[in-house]
Ligand binder design. Structure first.
Ligand code: NI
Length: 183
């Protein structure tokens, strides 16, 4: 089922989400809906708060482009994006590695808004999947970026917070318009 995506400045986007303590049928159904909703909106990631659910659950799929990463290991084993995507994860803990790198990002909770965001280029993400398994995901490129962006959502942090002050100034009017329309 396609869920309604909540837009900035909905307060749920600013609330740190609760860890998922038990993978119930409800959590599974939610994850299925989130994948469907992400594809429908043509996004590469979606976090539960973006559909109004304050839980540490997110989905990512960047498998449209195997070239968007240079490596991917899951629990120490080389793998492909095709095998792991769509990735559904709960309760992520991230270690940041590599040089910081800027790239353009968008966010489904900010239609029409894009901006360059500087982030560590590599990540080691310890997450749980819906089978209760712990996955240690080491990667770079767009996959590392998407995992960081979605994990930010789970802690109430938004990509606008990571924009340069010049970019923030440039989008001030757009944010005000969103506040008027969706606030
Ligand atoms: Ni987002």
């Amino acid at each position: 089922m396609i869920r309604k995506i909540v837009f900035y400045p909905d307060p749920v986007l600013r609330k740190p989400a609760a860890p998922v303590t038990e993978v119930t049928d409800e959590v599974r159904a939610l994850a299925t809906d989130m994948i469907e909703t992400m594809y429908e909106a043509q996004g590469v990631g979606l976090a539960a708060p973006q559909i109004g659910v304050s839980s540490q659950l997110a989905v990512v799929d960047v498998s449209h482009d195997e070239e968007c990463i240079s490596y991917l290991r899951v629990n120490g084993k080389e793998t492909t994006l095709d095998e792991i995507c769509p990735l559904v994860f709960v309760n992520p803990e991230l270690e940041f590695l590599g040089e910081k790198e800027g790239d353009t990002e968008g966010c489904l909770s900010f239609p029409d808004l894009r901006g360059e965001i500087v982030r560590p280029s590599e990540v080691k993400a310890t997450v749980q999947n819906l089978d209760g398994e712990t996955l240690v995901i080491e990667t770079d490129g767009l996959f590392a970026r998407a995992i960081q962006h979605e994990t930010d959502h789970l802690f109430g942090k938004l990509f606008i917070d990571r924009m340069s002050s010049a970019r923030k100034l440039a989008i001030k009017r757009q944010l005000k318009e969103m506040q008027a329309e969706f606030g």
